[in-house]
Ligand binder design. Structure first.
Ligand SMILES: C[S@@+](CC[C@H](N)C(=O)[O-])C[C@H]1O[C@@H](n2cnc3c(N)ncnc32)[C@H](O)[C@@H]1O
Length: 303
């Protein structure tokens, strides 16, 4: 999504060093690779083992590429180990779930396809959504639905989940959860399944998505080379708000007492904003309605 726009925003140099922190199916990564010369370098990261299998198949024989299975929050340690912190020319984050994750019923992300209630991006570790819903209390479930899904009927849904569990049949599949939510809330938001917000909330919570985003944004300050670019594509308002606030805060001078003749380093801006937020074109939205919510924001590390 926003492929041309994001890759253009990275202003890829043939001999530059780029990181795609969210490989997915590798669409962006391939577009970056095509712009690299023999001295360029590209690191590919994804926490999904299926994405990494695809990365190995398509990029594994390319000496310019390093493939890492894990969270992009591990990038800082990885870069420090390899002695390249502060040398990255472009970091791309295309956040959220990938189309294959949504389309494959067995991953448990979609209320449209019945499958086990899993929702882990990294299926090699962590607890599944079914396990969490089988043990969390109604207060915690309600808080997650409200905080990460901005769900108005969070308490009602949480109580229905716990009631069902107490009756001896905890929700085990995406279809069961979607039905339970549809029955628990009044019909609303035409064209949107009533479970949309809850599924989003549980996924964000289980995968620690906002915590990971907050960490990588902070880490990016020390990872990028002077004039290195940070390009982030968000899919929902919680992510986009975090990216917007971060980029704004780091690109403006903190409050400087007027009697100071020189601005202390700690108050100097770290980034400058590059262009305005970019949304998907009408053509892209027509071809892929999910692109409607995507927003790209770009910032450049100041020397
Ligand atoms: C929207 S898709 C990326 C699509 C990709 N740009 C492409 O062209 O195919 C998001 C991907 O990011 C991965 N992901 C999300 N959060 C992550 C994190 N904290 N660390 C590593 N990968 C993450 C997901 O597993 C998913 O494969």
């Amino acid at each position: 999504m926003l492929l041309e726009e994001a890759v253009a925003a990275l202003a890829v140099r043939p001999d530059g060093f780029y990181v795609d922190g969210t490989f997915g199916r590798g669409g962006h990564a391939e577009a970056i690779r095509q712009r690299l010369g023999p001295d360029g370098r590209l690191w590919l990261i994804d926490q999904d083992p299926a994405a990494i299998a695809q990365a190995r198949a398509a990029f594994g024989n390319d000496d310019r590429c390093l493939i890492h299975h894990g969270s992009f929050t591990e990038l800082r340690a990885l870069a420090e180990r390899q002695g390249v912190a502060g040398r990255i020319d472009g970091l791309l984050l295309d956040l959220g779930v990938s189309s294959p994750q949504l389309d494959e019923a067995a991953r448990g992300f979609s209320f449209l396809r019945d499958g086990p209630l899993d929702m882990r991006m990294d299926s090699s570790r962590g607890i599944t959504a079914a396990d969490w819903l089988a043990s969390a209390d109604a207060g915690e479930i309600g808080r997650v639905l409200k905080e990460y899904g901005e769900e108005r009927f969070a308490r009602r849904i949480a109580q229905a989940i716990v009631d069902r569990r107490e009756q001896g049949s905890p929700v085990a599949t995406t279809g069961e959860l979607a039905e339970l939510i549809a029955a628990a809330v009044p019909p609303r938001e035409r064209g949107k399944h009533p479970a949309t917000r809850s599924f989003q909330a549980i996924r964000i919570f289980l995968n620690g998505e906002l915590e990971a985003l907050s960490q990588i944004l902070e880490d990016a300050c020390g990872l990028l080379a002077p004039r290195g670019r940070l390009a982030v594509i968000s899919f929902h308002s919680l992510e986009d708000r975090m990216v917007k606030r971060f980029m704004r805060a780091k690109s403006s001078t903190g409050h400087v007492p007027s009697e100071l003749p020189v601005i202390p380093d700690a108050l100097k801006p770290i980034f400058k904003l590059v262009g305005k937020p970019v949304r998907a074109s009408e053509a892209e939205v027509a071809a892929n309605p999910r692109a409607r919510s995507a927003v790209l924001r770009v910032a450049e590390r100041l020397p």
